[in-house]
Ligand binder design. Structure first.
Ligand code: PLP
Ligand code: SF4
Length: 347
């Protein structure tokens, strides 16, 4: 059910007048399921949408208005809406779906540092995201104590400095680009003093969901970094791209960064050959190559998005038969304890 009134929220601290525009747009993100449905001309009851305030309490609705503008009016099955709308189905306990589905807890090397794969250190930079994706495997992650930025990056930087086996740092989250650009520069200035680092990677959904984040300051920072940079974006459906996203991605490419995309295979969102092919082709038109197509992490609350492995494999084979090889993402699942993402079919 939809709450009759918006859940009480802490009043946001006012922004300084000099704050970047993207931070203002971030503040104005939609947080109220009722308002979202009304804007799309949808009536939850008439459309049979089991919108859940309990699910919204556990993991609040959050979606930037520019992303809402890309949803189809009057369509309860819109693939962008389905990614953000809190539904009753999330609250049904499902055996096999857990709180730490990918074993991050066990791979912790320090506060906000996950050292799971050879050569790579992943920094949980921040817990914030501009959008809340209902299927997210981090929806239960204990961010408050666990972000790398919280301690001014010191612990993370010292772990990386002390391990010459780390040649790539991955900024992940949450969404690392939800941090202000000077905060990011603080980290990369410190990392630049570590001789064994060869690559920097950023995992971010912001250029897709809030393209205004790609502003002059971000582009200047990115262009100034001393390593080859890879930006791994996250879009699940071709409709997530529009002219504002294209412009943001063109600016990122102009810095020399390599742009890749990871998507999650989601029932009711992109579980058809047409949707997956359109995603690859639309991304390519914006200068992005597909990287991973993830089988869903089995996290509590996301079971209704799961696509069975046999269907995932059939979709992937059909995709490979249709598209240029470089437009076919690797179909993978994350398995706790594995040395990397595990490709399907399993050996
Ligand atoms: C996915 C992931 C990586 C990166 O894996 P790639 O296969 O190199 O993209 C690194 N560390 C952690 C903890 C991850 O979950
Ligand atoms: S942007 Fe990424 S980390 Fe944030 S909620 Fe969505 S999937 Fe999760």
């Amino acid at each position: 059910m939809i709450p009759a009134a918006p859940a009480p929220q802490h009043a946001p601290v006012p922004l300084a007048p000099s704050a970047p525009r993207w931070q203002q747009l971030w503040r104005e993100a939609m947080r109220e399921p009722r308002e979202l449905l009304a804007l799309l001309g949808l009536d939850a009851l008439a459309e049979g949408l089991a919108v859940s305030d309990a699910a919204a309490m556990q993991f609040p609705l959050r979606v930037p208005r520019g992303f809402v503008a890309r949803m189809r009016h009057g369509d309860p099955h819109d693939p962008l809406l389905r990614q953000v709308l809190p539904l009753d189905a999330e609250m049904q306990p499902m055996p096999g779906f857990s709180l730490d589905a990918v074993g991050d807890g066990a791979a912790k090397a320090g506060h906000g540092v996950i050292r799971k794969y050879r050569g790579r250190a992943l920094l949980v930079s921040t817990g914030s995201c501009a959008i809340h994706c209902r299927y997210c495997f981090r929806r239960h992650f204990p961010y408050a104590e666990e972000t790398a930025a919280a301690s001014g990056w010191r612990e993370a930087v010292e772990i990386i400095r002390g391990d010459a086996g780390i040649d790539e740092v991955i900024l992940s989250g949450g969404d690392p680009w939800s941090l202000a650009t000077p905060k990011l520069a603080e980290l990369t200035d410190a990392l630049a003093t570590i001789p064994h680092l060869k690559r920097l990677r950023v995992h971010t959904r912001l250029p897709v969901v809030l393209p205004e984040r790609v502003d002059d300051a971000l582009v200047d920072w990115l262009g100034s970094l001393p390593w080859p940079v890879t930006v791994v974006l996250h879009a699940n459906h071709a409709n997530e791209f529009d002219a504002t996203v294209d412009a943001a991605l063109a600016r990122l490419r102009a810095t020399g960064a390599l742009l890749l995309n990871q998507a999650v295979l989601l029932r009711g969102v992109n579980d058809s050959v047409d949707a997956l092919a359109a995603l690859s082709e639309r991304g390519h038109a914006a200068g992005v190559l597909p990287y991973y197509l993830h089988q869903l992490d089995r996290v509590q609350g996301a079971a209704h998005f799961e696509v069975p492995d046999e269907i995932a494999l059939a979709l992937h084979r059909a995709l490979a038969a249709r598209l240029s090889g470089y437009l076919v993402p690797r179909l993978v699942r994350e398995v706790a304890g594995d040395p990397g993402k595990r490709p399907l079919p399993y050996a």
